[in-house]
Design a protein around this ligand. Sequence first.
Ligand code: 5AD
Ligand code: SF4
Length: 484
Amino acid sequence: MYNIDIPELEPDRQYYFMNRCKELIYEKQVELNRPLTYCVTTFGCQMNAHDSEKLKGILEAIGYEEVDDESADFVIYNTCTVRENANQKLYGHLGLLKNYKKTKNPNMIIALCGCMMQETHVVETIRTKYPFVNIVFGTHNIYKLAELIYNNLTGEKRVIEILEKSTQTVEALPQKRKYSFKSGVNIMYGCNNFCSYCIVPYVRGREKSRKPEDILTEIRELARRGVKEVMLLGQNVNSYGKIYDYSDGKIVPMPEGDSITFPALLKKVCEIDGIERIRFMTSHPKDLSDELIKVMASEPKICKHLHLPVQSGSTDILAKMNRRYTKEGYLSLVDKIRQAMPDISLTTDIIVGFPGETEEDFLDTLDIVSKVKYDQAFTFIYSKRTGTPAASEVNQVPEDVVKDRFNRLLTLVNTISNERINRYSGQTKDILVEEINHQDSNLLTGRTEENITVHFEGDSSLIGDIIKVKLIECRGFYYIGERI
Ligand code: 5AD
Ligand code: SF4
């Protein structure tokens, strides 16, 4: 029997539950005479990918071993709900898991978390139609994974805990990073923009920035462990520092003059020895400041790549989307950025078929794409998300019209990206070597600061190094290069 009290404060409380789970997992290993395994499947964005690294950190601390097999002892889906097809995918997978649990591994614990779980109707469906799911939690209590597992292992058949909002930001929990030399770092959570099509503010909650000291401490520690590239993550990094979330749960606006801006934070990250490349995402055009452009242009460690979602080229549609910029405003912002950094790589997100989009509006989207000449554009068909203002618009665009526009946009976007990527032919670039090529093990794969993938011959000992590679042959979206 344990007679120590369960700590109330985090992260001590979670370390307590990790230790208790570890004992229970060990007992189970002895009983089954084999290691216990886990499998994390991630849907969606970089933010979710980074959350999964936190889930993995906790699972490994408990004693599970990672496998790439959905009949593992602990299977968890970190879900996305930004578009409807992401939801459909999950229900498909769940059918498969039910079968694995029955036929392959009756010990399986099945858990679901992430954005989709913040939707009441989804949790109700899981509760009633998917009784074999053991643990369900949302985006605000990922840090509690060990406690939820403990509750399940000690008798609670179904553990469902969805919080309306974050009550605290828990620092200093374990993480298992996919790469040893690059890492995502959350700088803020949530979003206050309420673009009219987007479900993110409802499932990720209000915007909160982490304290600069906490971020810098984490990055210094990453650098100490050999990380060279960091990706600063937030739904809208350009509004970093306006509202802080102190770890004791108090959410406070920063006093005027006291707050640190995103560019100021970037400058501090640049000062950290060992960090050689800094990326960030995502930037909302309405908040991108001159100060940021200046800092980006002057700091060699900041990658010359900007993901600047435009969503539409039509000023009318942008207003309906609640984006708070116009076509002309966006174009002049791009001019300003290119004046300061002529060779910068610009990427974007575009939605086709937003309610009420006319052919003329769509031509404006084609026009802005032709004018900006994006290095890469991620194109999406508008997806109606229940609860968002746009979902109640009566003027939905017919499916065949949307498909036709989507194809026309894709053709243009691809032609332009091909032209853009070709401009590097023959240049020698610094490449961060990431991995052995999946198709050909004689090749290594790495990325330029513009985020272009390059494959070249080399030895796996180079993984994690930044080396010079000449870009020889452009093959669509990637290059074949030669180490020099
Ligand atoms: N339908 C289609 N695309 C969407 N996105 C966000 N919400 C929707 C939606 N309801 C796209 C936006 C955003 C990207 C992450 O996903 O382009 O920038
Ligand atoms: Fe969604 Fe707009 Fe927030 Fe991006 S800025 S997460 S598109 S609401």
